[in-house]
Each structure stands twice: as structure tokens, then as C-alpha cells.
Design a protein around this ligand. Sequence first.
Ligand code: G3H
Ligand code: 13P
Ligand code: NA
Ligand code: ZN
Length: 307
Amino acid sequence: MIVTTKKLFEAAYGKYAIGAYNINNLEQAMGLFQGNIDSQAPFIIQISKGSRSYTNKLMLEGIIRAADEVFPESIFAVHLDHGDEATCMDCIKSGFYSSVMIDASSEPYEKNIETTKRVVDAAHAKGIVVEAELGQLGGVEEHVNVSEDNAKLTNPDQAKDFVERSGCDSLAVAIGTSHGAFKFQGSQSLHFDVLSQIQKNLPGFPLVMHGSSSVPQEEVERINAAGGKLLGAKGVDASQFRQAAQLGVTKINIDTDGRLVWTRVHREYFLEHPEGFDLRAPGKIFMAEYAKFIAQKNDYLGSAGHL
Ligand code: G3H
Ligand code: 13P
Ligand code: NA
Ligand code: ZN
């Protein structure tokens, strides 16, 4: 059942984080729903601008509506990930999305507030909630490319001012994570000092952590052993999710890890079956492996068992 993002946040705040998983196709949708049912977890489906054009936004909507019927027990929200203003408005108009993210974090501060506020006004008029972003993650986003060196952590005092003036319903904060498979040079931990300052300034307000894939080394090694070339890939330590959840992180975004599962399954399959060409054979393995991955991730998030 599709529910409001607000309702998921109210149940989770301070206790656990909801997994927000990006999807682009049917196989990811099937694995995602199955894994959340297996682990009895509520979840958020994230759709990026790139996903809406790759799959065609109507195809994607059809897949999700069908999955809702195939898995009637499921409890989830549908969310636009990293929207620009025009994409946010299109999603708000469509009536399909529970929430949208406006990412104007690469704009100057005042402009970020103005743009966010315009989206908030349009969204709230339709009962849709809005995630905004303040600060800059390292790594690559769709329309933003920030190097790790220039990554700017969220300023806790600005965060309070930003939320009050923009009217956003949740805030993506930069506390040391970054997008993609190559997050850090050395080892790095989340900046819990910054996070706890933000929570102190915004008590009870849902915070969001992007760039939270773990990039498991075993997965990377298997991909490379099967012909891949992911050198120096590194991610976030998932055992820190629960501490983040206690400090107000209510939504944790994961995309890259799912792509790694897809890559490993398909590379290994075709290495072992050089004669193979039935796409359903690796597709079936992927759906099962992705479901397993989602269920494990929900354990780390603490969302497992909260259906
Ligand atoms: O943060 C970006 C997400 O991982 C979505 O990626 O824009 O390539 O679909 P995408
Ligand atoms: P990862 O690249 O770490 O999976 O982050 C995904 C994300 O933040 C989507 O918005
Ligand atoms: Na950003
Ligand atoms: Zn993101």
C-alpha cells in the first residue's frame, strides 16, 4: 500500500531509519518488494530524473502500481530523488508521488531557500511533502559534481534557518557521505558531532542521509574477479546507521549497492555461462540476490520488523 512519507517518518523518528532505494527497472522492483516483505519493513521507493527517462515515467509508475497488487502486504512511499524544480512540479502534478526532493544545494544559500519554498508551496497544496538539501556531498550527483576535497558539511545553525524559512518537511544533510562507489580515499566515519548539533537545533525534524551505500569489499572483489575493474571502491560503514537514526536520521538513501549486486550477478553469470543468452536466467538470480540484499540492509537500518 502506498502511504505518505510523513506517516513513515512519524513512526520511525529517533528509533530507526527507513531505507530509500532507487529503482530503474522491473527486476529491481521485484527484488525490492520481496526483500521488504521478507524482512517485514516499510520502505521508500526512489525515482531519479534519470530513472524517469530511462524506464519512461509511465512504465515505472505502472510497474510500481502492479507491484503493490502483487505484494499486497507492502507499505511504502514513492519519492522523487534529487529533483530539479521542473521535475518536482511534474511529479507533484502527476498525483503519483508521496514526496519529492528539491535539490538546489549547489545554488547559493538564499537561492536554495527560494527555490525550495516554491516547490514546498506547490507540494503542500496537494498534500505532498518535500525533502530539501543543505550542504554539499562529495561525489557525483546528476546535475552536481563536487569533489571530495570541496565537500561542504551542513552548517547546523544554517540548517535551522533554512528549514524555518523554506518550510521543507525533511532535510538532507552533508555529514561525510558521498554518492557513488568511490566515496573516500582513506577511511572515514560519519561526522556525528555535526549531526548531533543539527538535531539539537531541529529537534524532532526528520534528517536524511544520502550517499549511504556500504560498497561491500566482498562484492567489489567478486565483480573484479569476474572481469570488472572497480579499483579503490569504498563505502559507508552500515553499523553506524542505528546511531545516526537515534540522532534524527529518518531516511537513508541507497542506490550504488544495488547496482553492485546487479553487476556481480550478471558478470558472474556470463563468465560461468559463456554460451548463455536468455536474459531471464541472470535476471532471476538478480531478483533473488537483490531481495536478500534489501532484507540484510533493513536489519542495519533497524526498519526490519516494523511493518
Ligand atoms: O544520487 C543519485 C542516485 O544514485 C540516482 O542516480 O541519477 O544515476 O539515477 P541516477
Ligand atoms: P549511494 O550512491 O551511496 O548509493 O547514494 C544514493 C543516494 O544518495 C541517492 O539519492
Ligand atoms: Na548537494
Ligand atoms: Zn542522493
